[in-house]
Design a protein around this ligand. Structure first.
Ligand code: GCO
Ligand code: MN
Ligand code: MN
Length: 391
């Protein structure tokens, strides 16, 4: 036990599919046994996690009867009660069964679309029964290889119809549930629709009930596309749309690696934790700190719990490191924003004849400003020294 040991107050959560990942990949079968969901919940509690998330079929096998479902769910609820673990988020598996091989909500086949909406309504009922207040939509196979198969505009229309419909389902049932859409550029499809968090944010603005829909960005998914995850998350936060987050690690340009949080991109992880915790003076993210990652295929069960503890420990160490960074007087000096009594009001007020006149008569020397250094080498070096533990 030290100050980096996680507790429920840290609100760390894991998917059943993450710590339950048996090490299967496209080139080989499992290297670890499949674990019972109740066992995973008990182990998560032992490790100091607060929450567990699930796809419908992580708990209830595809095609189970109503009686089997109720039996499994009541056993799971007992384990949640015993351990104090909560279910903050739930989602639907719309990608494993062959019926979804060409997508779910965006499929050309009305039977597939109907089946997907129906499965999601059942999974929403399950999530709500377990206490979930966030429902994630990851369009696993909503994409293409043979792009001529459908007009991508139809895919947008169908996806919009499904989300609009399901929002109404939630309202109709009086559920306390918000939706969080998760973008991914590719894998398992060659191209997945709505490839980035930015695509999702615009799509949300076109929904009928857009106030109940936000995003669930994932580190790996933006990094796969070579994008800045921190910028994507910041845009979502600024729009009031960061409803949930998938934390993990990923090298740019690779397949979706879903690595232990902070293990491959420490500088980005540092900046992300700093943003989420609001250290730089911004409003913090208040939702679950959720890890969507899994242990290396080389690991046995003990390695899985090393992985889970590692994710949480790294997050907490980064909370401490980023706070120290932002409390450093030299850093404060370097990031101080210059003020200008004449121009600041002009640049924050909306358009007016006075503002135009003020801009026309401004006193700015472009050469002097262009010649002055900004000290960012020093700033970034200090950040690296905090990361390396030298400061
Ligand atoms: C992936 C995704 C998934 C989703 C999960 C919850 O790349 O496999 O990140 O893990 O997050 O299906 O919607
Ligand atoms: Mn994810
Ligand atoms: Mn992923």
């Amino acid at each position: 036990m030290d100050s980096f040991t996680p507790t429920a107050a840290d609100r760390f959560s894991f998917g059943l599919w993450t710590v339950g990942n048996p090490g299967r990949d496209p080139f080989g079968g499992p290297t670890r046994p499949t674990q019972d969901p109740c066992h995973l919940v008990r182990k998560l509690a032992e490790c100091g996690a607060w929450g567990v998330n699930l796809h419908d079929n992580d708990l209830v096998p595809f095609g189970a009867s109503a009686a089997e479902r109720d039996d499994i769910v009541s056993g799971f609820k007992r384990t949640l009660d015993e351990t104090g673990i909560v279910v903050p988020m739930a989602t639907t598996n719309l990608f494993s069964h062959p019926i979804f091989k060409d997508g779910a909500f965006t499929s050309n086949d009305p039977k597939v679309r109907a089946f997907a909406i129906n499965k999601t309504m059942d999974a929403i009922d399950l999530g709500v029964e377990l206490g979930a207040t966030t429902y994630v939509f990851w369009g696993g196979r909503e994409g293409t290889e043979a792009d001529a198969c459908r007009d991508p505009q139809d895919a947008m229309k169908r996806f919009r119809h499904a989300i609009d419909f399901l929002c109404e389902y939630v309202k109709d049932n009086g559920y306390d549930l918000r939706f969080a859409l998760e973008a991914k550029p590719n894998e398992p499809r060659c191209d997945i629709y709505l490839a980035t968090t930015g695509h999702m944010l615009h799509f949300i603005s076109t929904l009928e009930n857009n106030e109940m829909v936000g995003v669930n960005p994932e580190v790996a998914h933006e990094h796969m596309a070579g994008l800045s995850f921190v910028h994507g998350v910041a845009q979502a936060m600024e729009a009031g749309k960061l409803f949930h987050i998938d934390l993990n690690a990923q090298r740019i340009g690779r397949y979706d690696q879903d690595l232990r949080f902070g293990s491959e991109d420490l500088k980005q992880a540092f900046l992300l934790v700093r943003l989420l915790e609001g250290n730089a003076g911004n409003a913090p993210y208040t939702g679950p700190r959720h890890f969507d990652a899994h242990a290396y295929r080389t690991e046995d069960e003990e390695g899985v719990w090393d992985f889970a503890r590692g994710c949480m420990r790294t997050y907490k160490i980064l909370v401490e490191r980023t706070r120290a960074f932002d409390a450093d007087p030299e850093v404060k000096d370097l990031i101080r924003v210059p003020t200008d009594a004449a121009l600041d009001p002009v640049l924050s007020n909306s358009y007016s004849a006075e503002s135009v006149a003020a801009l026309r008569s401004m006193d700015v020397d472009p050469d002097a400003i262009g010649a002055a250094g900004l000290g960012y080498e020093r700033l970034d070096q200090i950040m690296c020294e905090y990361l390396m533990g030298a400061r």
